[in-house]
Write a protein that binds this ligand. Structure first.
Ligand code: URA
Length: 202
């Protein structure tokens, strides 16, 4: 059984540790979705992306032919729910980083979908989400390794995994306008459309 006591605040706030879908070595899926942290529903059920944000995410991906446990699995930057859904701290992200690296190495995804600004900043560095989305598009969805979190960099140094980013699917971000005046949900649809085309060509 997986146990961890590295982050005192997360040990106090979590009900349980939420493992990634791909913790089962038999499950090799071409796409790994990575969010920020478990929310209240995930904390209770012990599985990632099962609450409202998760349902919005799965509906979006399914509308482009991508189905959980068939084409993709889900993980989070940190495995424990932070109190009141606050963002995980840099130290918590660091502490959980080698578990995420292990998840990446075990699942060997062909593509990664980052959900939300926090997850995206761990892989793409600080800065606004929309600029990261645009930069990833321009760079043919390859990470700039100088900006990637040092704990995760080793994975990308040896592979050309394509990385996509979308806004968080929680109702708060989803229905907001992006800086170009369009809804964030429109940005997400556009990215997932391109992502699904990667798999359609195989
Ligand atoms: N939001 C996330 O980023 N991850 C989850 O697992 C659920 C909601």
């Amino acid at each position: 059984m997986f146990a961890c006591y590295r982050c005192p605040a997360l040990c106090a706030s979590r009900k349980q540790i939420v493992l990634p879908d791909v913790s089962d070595a038999m499950l090799h899926l071409p796409l790994l979705v990575i969010g920020e942290a478990p929310g209240a529903d995930e904390d209770v059920q012990g599985r990632g992306f099962v609450g409202r944000a998760g349902r919005t995410l799965h509906r979006l991906l399914e509308s482009f032919g991508l189905v959980r446990w068939y084409q993709y699995g889900c993980a989070n930057i940190v495995r424990c729910r932070p109190e009141g859904n606050r963002r995980p701290t840099a130290e918590e992200i660091w502490n959980c980083g080698d578990f995420l690296l292990e998840t990446l190495e075990r699942s060997e995804p062909e593509a990664i979908l980052l959900v939300g600004g926090t997850a995206t900043s761990v892989f793409c560095g600080s800065g606004p989400l929309h600029t990261h989305i645009v930069d990833l598009r321009r760079g043919d969805h390859q990470l700039n390794l100088d900006l990637c979190h040092p704990r995760l960099k080793p994975f990308f140094e040896q592979r050309a995994v394509r990385v996509f980013a979308i806004p968080h699917t929680s109702p708060l971000s989803w229905n907001r306008n992006a800086p170009d005046g369009r809804k964030w949900s429109e940005w997400a649809k556009e990215e997932v459309r391109v992502l699904s085309a990667v798999f359609a060509k195989r």
